[in-house]
Design a protein around this ligand. Structure first.
Ligand code: PLP
Length: 399
């Protein structure tokens, strides 16, 4: 089928909940994608931070294909009523490399954050014996998902204006970087947790200041308010460490992950340290597909590939992209920010949506974030040659 035929088929049968670009991808190699008409694109998006190791990368693809196919031939699923080895191995790797105690596996980012919300409320109820202390503070401009609770947790008015009432309640929003606002919001004793992204992704690629995060952690400890970190976008090597919290020098009371964990297969989950390890017990939280053997096998390969050397390269490549964009001296570029390969280019005098559409037409896949920012989340294994090609396209569009 050519592109037009795919658009027609999808538009006739798929619920129109996405504003899709008129491109149908059929294959990829490294950080290069090909559409159904054979046109090539450099990928600075990796399916919104999912394809951490790119497409058909020889070494990685072979390892993943054999891990996945071997696992499929042995056992594709048995449910969480029984034990399976890949999930146990994955939990061991994740907890060892993060310094956390236990892992829980789910299927998406929003679902993982739902787990954090449940954990915080249960911890608070069991410790203080009252349902009053149930409020979760989130940051303005945050994004935590599309389920009814995570939509409300998302600190952006535009996500609350839809006709989905009633929401669950129990969230308050504070300005990022402002510890006094957190303190004021907690003063009535009703707050049980603070939920943050260390680099706000959808909201515009804003890294939180390190001092603020350390002071926030200290305040949370003092008040026994749980510090929940949403690493759905920042986790699994995206910012140059396996988890962003590791470079912020904090210990979250729970940290969620998803997107890049299985390199393109649907998986998510969260990690907890000793302090909150036994809050959720048998019967408290579950999901049918969580940690299933096929996704777990794929995730094991992703983690094995993300060595310290590969993570150090993520930092270097991110710096290269940011400095090259600034060196273009484009009148439209106001700022380049972000950590590792999670990059935001603030634009001025031009619509970020128009730029993304123009880039796609010109052969570069990129994303928007916030109201004025181009967002790049390339595969973590993108080559220097692919970065250069992508930057050439960017330069021609932003000149
Ligand atoms: C920080 C953050 N949290 C949660 C989510 C929701 O993840 P999912 O779409 O897998 O439910 C996203 C998705 O973009 C995200 O960036």
């Amino acid at each position: 089928m050519n592109s037009q035929e795919i658009f027609n088929l999808a538009d006739s049968h798929v619920m129109p909940t996405y504003a899709r670009f008129p491109v149908a991808f059929v294959k990829g190699e490294g950080a290069t994608l090909y559409d159904a008409d054979g046109k090539a694109y450099i990928d600075f998006a990796s399916g919104i931070g999912v394809n951490s190791l790119g497409y058909a990368n020889a070494k990685w693809a072979d390892a993943v294909i054999s891990a996945v196919t071997e696992q499929v031939k042995k056992l594709q699923h048995v449910s969480n009523l029984y034990y399976t080895l890949p999930m146990a191995q994955l939990a061991e790797k994740l907890t060892t490399r993060s310094g956390m105690k236990y892992a829980f596996f789910s299927n998406s980012g929003a679902e993982s954050n739902e787990g954090l919300i449940k954990l915080a409320r249960k911890y608070s109820y069991e410790t203080y014996g009252t349902h009053e202390r149930h409020v979760i503070l989130t940051l303005q401009n945050s994004f935590h998902g599309r389920t009814i609770a995570t939509l409300e947790a998302t600190g952006q008015e535009k996500f609350h204006g839809y006709d989905f009432f009633p929401y669950t309640g129990g969230f308050r929003y504070v300005q990022p970087g402002n510890l006094d606002a957190v303190k004021a919001s907690c003063s009535d004793g009703k707050v049980c947790a603070v939920l943050i992204e260390l680099v706000q992704g959808e909201g515009g690629v804003y890294p939180l200041p390190k001092d603020y995060v350390s002071e926030l952690e200290a305040f949370c400890r003092e008040q026994d308010i749980l510090l929940l970190v949403d690493e759905v976008q920042t986790g699994i090597g995206r910012t140059g460490t396996l988890f962003a919290f590791q470079q912020y020098g904090i210990t979250p009371d729970a940290v969620s992950f998803a997107k890049g964990i299985a390199g393109g297969l649907p998986m998510g989950g969260f990690l907890v340290p000793e302090k909150t390890a036994n809050v959720l017990r048998a019967g408290d939280h579950a999901t049918t597909f969580g940690g299933n053997p096929v996704c777990a096998a794929a995730a094991l390969t992703v983690l094995d590939t993300l060595s310290d050397d590969v993570l150090a390269e993520v930092v270097k490549k991110g710096e290269k992209i940011k400095s090259s964009v600034l060196a273009m001296n484009s009148p439209y570029v106001a700022e380049a920010r972000g950590l590792g390969l999670m990059i935001g280019i603030k634009l001025t005098g031009i619509s970020h949506r128009d730029v993304v559409a123009k880039l796609l037409e010109s052969g570069l896949v990129a994303l928007t974030a916030g109201s004025d920012t181009l967002r790049f989340l390339p595969p973590l294994t993108i080559s220097d040659a692919e970065i250069d090609k992508g930057l050439e396209v960017l330069k021609s569009v932003l000149k």
